[in-house]
Design a protein around this ligand. Structure first.
Ligand SMILES: C[S@@+](CC[C@H](N)C(=O)[O-])C[C@H]1O[C@@H](n2cnc3c(N)ncnc32)[C@H](O)[C@@H]1O
Length: 221
């Protein structure tokens, strides 16, 4: 189904993008600086929200249909002056195998992607590997409806079908817990229902987590 999803994706999510996701993306990315990598960048919904303080962004996206739209959006952003020449690059990396050195990035961004990667723990271990100590992981994800037993039951029931039609997306992931389990330290976390989204993906989390700073990372006095 993936070949069918890519051309329809932006149209399917448009109501929720307009109602809340775009505003959330803007707030989440506003404080980023330095060298950044985005995992599963899709059609490039975050492209317009990177602030000028970001020096360079590596956008990664393994799906060719999604990647084509990402490159188009990026070309338009470059034309509009959002990214200077050389400040943005597209790669095909999967989240569990990123082609960047350990401890090299100020921030990693992942939005609506940990629902889809086959092994979120492996992806998050990789996020932690590539971040500098004190670097941030910025996230927005839909999650299991733990506060709504009725909705959680429907998520569990429909998960096998949803997974097939939505490119591998899972409805019942507990991503806040997975981020902490990966050793990324919570900085801020907001739980909010996504307006105008399909009911099954309304429960969301968003925020930032930090790669730990160990005693070895601190300059000795
Ligand atoms: C629901 S879309 C979200 C796209 C985008 N991040 C956004 O916020 O609109 C999920 C994306 O994850 C990508 N994806 C799937 N498996 C992946 C993997 N193993 N590693 C990285 N990205 C993956 C898909 O190709 C798709 O573009």
């Amino acid at each position: 189904m993936a070949w069918l999803l890519a051309p329809l994706y932006d149209r399917i999510v448009a109501p929720a993008e307009e109602a809340c996701f775009q505003g959330w993306r803007h707030e989440l990315l506003a404080g980023l600086t330095g060298d950044v990598l985005e995992i599963g960048a899709g059609t490039g919904a975050n492209v317009a929200h990177y602030p000028a303080a970001v020096r360079r962004v590596v956008f990664t996206e393994p799906d060719p249909g999604m990647r084509r739209q990402l490159e188009e959006r990026l070309a338009a952003a470059r034309g509009g002056g959002t990214f200077a020449p050389g400040a943005a690059e597209v790669r095909t990396d999967r989240a569990a195998a990123l082609s960047v050195p350990s401890g090299s990035l100020d921030a990693v961004v992942g939005t609506l992607v940990l629902c889809t990667v086959p092994d979120p723990a492996a992806a998050l271990a990789e996020v932690r590997r590539v971040l500098k100590p004190g670097g941030t992981f910025t996230f927005l994800e839909h999650v299991a409806a733990d506060d709504r037993p009725d909705r959680l039951r429907w998520q569990r029931r429909l998960d096998p079908v949803w997974r097939r039609v939505a490119g591998g997306c899972r409805l019942t992931r507990r991503t806040a817990e997975a981020i902490e389990a990966a050793g990324l330290e919570p900085v801020d976390l907001t739980r909010e229902s996504a307006r105008k989204a399909i009911a099954l993906i309304r429960p969301t989390i968003r925020g930032h987590a930090m790669a730990p700073i160990t005693a070895l990372d601190r300059p000795s006095s």
